[in-house]
Design a protein. Structure first.
Length: 67
């Protein structure tokens, strides 16, 4: 299914630039690449957010004390 959307000139210029940077063959591919990348970053940040800084430092310290 093909859909037409309205965007302003500034958005079109940004999309063209992103299309070149991501070496995408279409605007659709460009949008999919950017949204997929953002989703992965959010997921990773959510995972890392569950570990406290104190836990990370304790684990690092424990590993170094073994040597």
């Amino acid at each position: 299914m093909v859909t037409t959307i309205q965007i302003n000139e500034r958005t079109l210029l940004l999309l063209k630039k992103l299309k070149e940077e991501t070496r995408s063959s279409s605007y659709d591919e460009t949008i999919n690449k950017i949204t997929s990348e953002r989703t992965r970053k959010k997921s990773l940040a959510g995972f890392l957010g569950k570990i406290t800084r104190k836990e990370i430092l304790k684990n690092l310290r424990d590993k170094h004390e073994r040597f």
